[in-house]
Every structure is written in structure tokens, then in C-alpha cells.
Design a binder for this molecule. Sequence first.
Ligand code: NG6
Ligand code: CA
Length: 501
Amino acid sequence: MKIARWLLLLVICCPFILKAQVSRPNVLLIYVDDLGYGDLGSYGATKIKTPHLDKLATGGLRFSNAHSSSATCTPSRYALMTGNYPWRVKGTGVLPGDAALIIPTNQPTLASQFKAAGYATGIVGKWHLGLGEAVAKNWNEPIKPGPNEIGFDYSFIFPATADRVPTVFLENQTVVAANASDPIQVDYKNKIGTEPTGKEHPELLKMLSSPGQGHDNTIVNGIGRIGYMNGGKAARWTDEEMPMTFLEKAKTFITQHQHEPFFLTYALTEPHVPRMPSTMFKGKSGLGYRGDAILQLDWSVGEILKELDFLGLKKNTIVIFSSDNGPVLDDGYQDGAVTQLNGHKPAGILRGGKYSIFEAGTRVPMIISWPGKVQPGVSDALVCQIDFLASFSSLLKKELPKSNATDSENLLTAFLGKSKTGRQVLIEHAGTLSIVEENWKYIEPSDRAAYDPTTDTELGNAKEPQLYDLSKDPRERNNLASQYPDKVKALAEKLLQIKNK
Ligand code: NG6
Ligand code: CA
């Protein structure tokens, strides 16, 4: 009799016991734009101070070999959300500001997995994955589909990049302060409206564009942009206010969801161009606006972490910090990044940068903190942001629905510092592909340019195969391909095999 009663109690309580076993920490993903491997104090920077991120790194796990999937933004964000290598899918390159959404709404994403697990999900900041069904769209009405259709309950975003029109925010996919009497029009081919462009009127610019890099179409807030826009005067952002705007929205989201598990992507625009820091940071770094933008970014991180602390959420929140691709100095504006560099090394010990298939294209800072759960330290595990999807699905015990997320690997134990082992193999992507296995990196031969003079980037392309021993030569100086033809062959075959998977 007694046993029967106990059994009954066990059956009744079983769902609760099971539920309690599934860990449901909040997850704050701080995702920044174009920050390099050497841009933070904790990654060796000495000419710039990043105290808030350094503190996060000291109390968390700092990865020395973490990667974005690609050396530019859209593909990296696509991979992060979908768990699918972007080079498998057409149309995942850097998008214009009027592009349609590139993620099918029936595809599971990092956000939809959290949502399915009962989390409140939000994104604040840069989007750059397209909006709506087509390029032609009405910016003066709600635009669908977008972040809210791929798993985010809440979104406060700008559409593409800070240097592309339309320079507006959308809250839940409606332009903030849209006004029917001053409708927004966007065109990436032809000038629309009568507003001056940077090309016609450089005297109106508060920061000159770099020769040969565009950024000289419609002028918004004294800055020439890529693309043309007309109307929407009240809706246009002021670049100097951007950090406050995003910070406030992110804080509000956290405050509103403090009593339930949440997943927030806080996608800062710094230090992407145009760098136009707020007054608080202008001139403060001594390294030009790029340095100031990094101080601003570090400050924003400090503020959001303060908010978590204030709300008593610090212990139960996993904070992830990373960047969507490597660094670039001159990406379209004369903002002092080159002339005031002062010996700072944005790529640290690595070669290349944004756009490059050399390591600095995709090897980026990554810090993961979870007080009491993740042991502070440094992890040398090879990990990629593409792996967040499978890894967090595992944490949430939420099976990943059948999809094309086949490139995402469950590296939860590596991300949480319980294992030193990451990926066996990673494909890096900058147009050209490379494959990394153990200490070896093979870069496929390519006819693309070896060097981009406009951004002063070593793109890493060569007509011959390249093979580097990253353990001895992380700067990829000595091409060992002719010395190890068997290795070259094996890695080229493996790359082909993964391509054809
Ligand atoms: C490039 C832009 C660059 C930047 C980049 C996207 C030119 C010459 N350069 O095409 O300024 O906007 O796209 O950066 O137009 S990313 O980080 O979003 O990928
Ligand atoms: Ca970027």
C-alpha cells in the first residue's frame, strides 16, 4: 500500500522533477560589428582600454580560437541564426538595406529554439538579414517577414549597416516615427528625391568618405551613405545617439522579462563604419573614431552588465560576447582610424582582417560568462558561432527540428568550459574557403585578388594552394604546401567532401 502511494506521488511529480532538471538560464548574446582579435585588453591590446570587457573575460571563459563563420556580416549572422554554412546558400553575401529576408520563416533558428523552449526572445541592434518578401516594399507600413517571424518575440533593429540607407529603426518591424505625410523611399540604383548626395556636396559632410569606396549617396546626419533615401525626416537616426538608443531598449527588454527566462541578442554597431561616437567618447581614445567607438562599445557592455546585476540576474544569466567578423581600419570614411592608429593592432598577432581568408577574417574575440557555472580561464578549443544553435538546443533539451542546420555542432561542454575539445574541422569563409583541422590550415586556390587597396587588406587569396601550421605560424607567413603535398591533398579532399555534403 505504502509503495503504491509513493509510486503515485512519483508519477504526479515526475514532470516537475524533469522540468527542474532542464536548466533555463537567461542568455544575453552581445554581438558586435567588426571588432578584431586584438582590439580588447584581454586579447592583448595595450593602446586601448576596455575595462568592462576585460572584467567579463576575467570572470568568464576567454576563447583563443573562436570564429565567426565568415569574414563579413550577413553570412556570419546567417550562420549564427541557422546553423548552416552560408556559402552553401545563394544570396547570403553582404546585403543592401532594402534586401528581402534571407532566412525562410519555417527554418528553425537560434531564436526560435529559445522561443520553443518557453523563453522570451528579443533582438536589439543591427539586423542585416533582410526584411520583407521582396526588395520593393513599403517602408511606411509594418514590414513582414523579419526577425519576429524567425523566432524573436520582440525586435528593435536597423535594417542593414549603419552606412546603408534607410537610416531608421524598426520596432517590431514598423519604422519608428514613420509619418505618412513624409513617406520613406529607398533606392539602391538611382537617386530619388532632391536631397543632396555626398558626391555632389562634399562640403555638407561632417566626415569625408574615403575615395573610391562609395559612401557618397544620400547624406544623413552629415554623413554620406550607401544608397539613396527620400522622406522619413523625423524617423532618421542620429548616429551619436545610437549607443544610448540600443542600450535603453536592451535594458527595457531585460527589465520586462526579468521574471522569466529570456534570450536577448544585443547587436551593437560598433566599431563598424560610420564611426560617429557620442560626445562622451569623441576624441577620448586618442586613436581616432574607431578607438572611440570601441570605448563606447565597452561602456555599453558595462552598462548592460550593471543592469543584470541591479536586477539580481547576474548569476542566472549566460553572457556571450563575440564579433561578426574581423577588423578593418578604412572601410569607407576618413575617420582617423588609419592616421591615428598609434601602434594599435586590431588583428593582434593574426594576419588579414575583415574580408580576408587569413585568420583575422574570422578569428574573433569570444567570451562566455556564467558565474558559478563556467570556470574562469582561457579555452583554446576550436569553436564557431555556427555551433550556438546545436549547443544551446542541447542546453535547453530542445531537439532541433529537421532542417539544414547540419553544420552546427553541439559544443556545449566546450562553450561552458567543461571540455577542452572543440571542433575537429572548421571551414572558414571569405568568398574563398579554407579548412582548419588540428594545427593545419589549408586555403583553396583562388583567382580573387590577394590584396584590397581600398581597405588595405591582405585578402589571403592565391592561385596556388596554401598550407599553414597554425600552431607554429599563427600569422600564416610560411606556406608549407609544397613541403607537405599529402597534407594538401587530404585537406583539399576533406574540404570538397564537406562542400558536397
Ligand atoms: C561593404 C562596404 C563597407 C561595409 C561592408 C559591410 C563599400 C565599398 N564597402 O560593401 O563599408 O559596409 O560592405 O560590412 O561599399 S559588414 O560588416 O556589414 O559586412
Ligand atoms: Ca561586420
